[in-house]
Write a protein that binds this ligand. Structure first.
Ligand code: FAD
Length: 451
């Protein structure tokens, strides 16, 4: 049977664009449908605008510190309109880059929603039908609100970049990385930030000591963090939102932002009807090669809810192209993925937390927490953490956890060593770079804990 295309990709985000582009460059006839903006979550409402907001929010502190270094300067006012205008221009520019990448690789694009009719047929919103030998689902995910009464009054991370003005006060509900990052960002921009999280500590799943330090430092910097606290309901009261919480408190906020979870975009795609298996959260179930229960249909990125990060979606897309178009079956590698959490302070992590490693085998823990030179000179009391979790048996570094300014940059490089299977002695053999914070990673001599 002759198909219109070799590959039809649904979703023009991180994973979909990469897979479409690489397959087309390899000679495949490829089409892609995107219902919103090209670049997807990461470029339009995730990593990129968020990181630019992190940068924006750090300048107030930088100006303060500069005074301690002898600069005669005073912080001015942050102008949200100026920043938002420049942010929007940058996102427009990036969206164009993504469109051009597709165009220049020969991918045909449809600016429409798409759904499936059968194992080889895609239906566009205008009713046009297109057939393809392979279909790739790369539809990503979306934020979900918690379903409490009045939650329509709250916003999500999708809305935060479009606010007409910065609120004076905000309640952020959630304890994951998105909630905690925006708590730091808005706090840095001068918003009065309260964060409610129902669990015992933010950043669940990460190393306890590292997340404990992040949480402590966030509070030091002014985030009003309430752990073990959930919301009961929200009510409009004049310009404000009244929030009742499980800790018995009632408080008024200008805005409430929910960062209470994300769901895969699988609704209305016709997946179950064509035989694609869905999991408990609605995610597309795939095998190690990203193939669904329907052999011609594959899925990559957040819609599969494996490891929801941009570089992972991209790698899954590349592995899919290797497997299907280059005759080289390739499993995306989900082991030892380094990640950064752009909280303030920042956290970088790769491998096992101390707790997970201890469950697995006897370990040694090397850790040091200290006041870094640059901030300490400026009179700040904040501390950083450098930590290695080491296998007693193999001496391999099982986990590396850094809480420090620039931790994301550091963990990318430490991640190479850990991925290569470096031992504690390999770290020790490496000469320190002095004076830096990360030199502590190669100078820790005695374990702080064993067992
Ligand atoms: P997406 O990028 O979500 O793209 C999916 C696309 O499909 C969207 O453009 C959507 O409009 C489109 N689509 C959906 N349904 C249809 C349909 N039926 N028809 C046509 N088009 C459709 N990751 C990191 O690595 N580092 C970070 O710092 C980071 N920060 C983040 C911050 C926030 C606030 C958020 C929300 C996410 C962040 N992420 C980060 C996660 C990252 O953005 C995602 O993992 C990544 O974008 C997933 O890529 P994807 O291709 O799977 O999906």
């Amino acid at each position: 049977m002759a198909f219109d295309y070799d590959l039809f990709v649904i979703g023009g985000g991180s994973g979909g664009v990469r897979a479409a582009r690489v397959a087309a460059q390899d000679g495949a006839k490829v089409a892609l449908a995107e219902e919103d903006r090209y670049g997807g979550t990461c470029v339009i409402r995730g990593c990129v605008p968020k990181k630019l907001m992190v940068f924006a929010s750090e300048y107030a502190g930088v100006v303060e510190d500069a005074k301690s270094y002898g600069w005669a300067i005073e912080p001015g006012q942050f102008d949200w309109d100026v920043f938002r205008g420049r942010l929007n221009d940058e996102l427009d520019r990036l969206e164009n880059v993504y469109r051009n990448l597709l165009k220049n690789s020969g991918v045909e694009t449809f600016d429409q929603r798409a759904h499936l009719e059968d194992a080889h047929t895609v239906v566009l919103a205008d009713g046009t039908k297109k057939t393809a030998k392979h279909i790739l689902l790369a539809t990503g995910g979306r934020p979900v609100k918690p379903g409490v009464p009045g939650d329509e009054l709250g916003i999500t991370s999708n809305d935060i970049f479009h606010l007409d003005e910065l609120p004076e006060s905000i309640l952020i509900v959630g304890g994951g990385y998105i909630a905690s990052e925006f708590a730091g960002i808005l706090n840095g921009l001068g918003v009065d930030v309260t964060q409610y999280y129902r669990g015992a500590q933010i950043l669940r799943g990460f190393d306890d000591e590292a997340r404990g330090l992040v949480s402590e430092e966030m509070c030091q910097r002014g985030v009003n963090l309430h752990l073990g606290t959930d919301i009961i309901d929200l009510q409009q009261e004049g310009d404000k939102i009244r929030v009742r919480a499980t800790n018995g408190k009632e408080a008024l906020f200008d805005k409430v932002m929910f960062a209470t979870g994300r769901a895969p975009n699988t609704e209305g795609l016709g997946l179950a009807e064509v035989g694609v298996e869905l999991g408990r959260k609605g995610e597309v179930v795939v095998d190690d090669y990203s193939q669904t229960a329907v052999p011609s249909i594959y899925a990559i990125g957040d819609v599969t809810d494996r490891v929801n990060l941009t570089p992972v979606a991209i790698r899954e897309g590349m592995a899919f192209v290797e497997t299907v178009f280059k005759g080289n079956p390739t499993k995306p590698d989900h082991d030892l993925i380094p990640t950064a959490i752009f909280t303030q302070p920042e956290m970088g992590t790769v491998g096992l937390s101390e707790e997970d490693a201890r469950d697995q085998e006897p370990i040694e823990v090397y850790a040091t927490s200290f006041k870094p030179m640059q901030q300490s000179f400026a009179g700040r009391s904040e501390r950083v953490l450098m930590k290695l979790v080491v296998s007693q048996k193999t001496r391999k570094v099982l986990g590396c956890h850094i809480v420090a300014p620039g931790a994301g940059e550091m963990i990318q490089l430490a991640g190479i060593a850990v991925k290569m299977g470096a031992t504690k002695e390999d770290f020790d053999r490496t000469v320190a770079v002095h004076p830096t914070m990360s030199e502590e990673l190669v100078t820790m001599k005695t374990p702080v804990r064993t067992g």
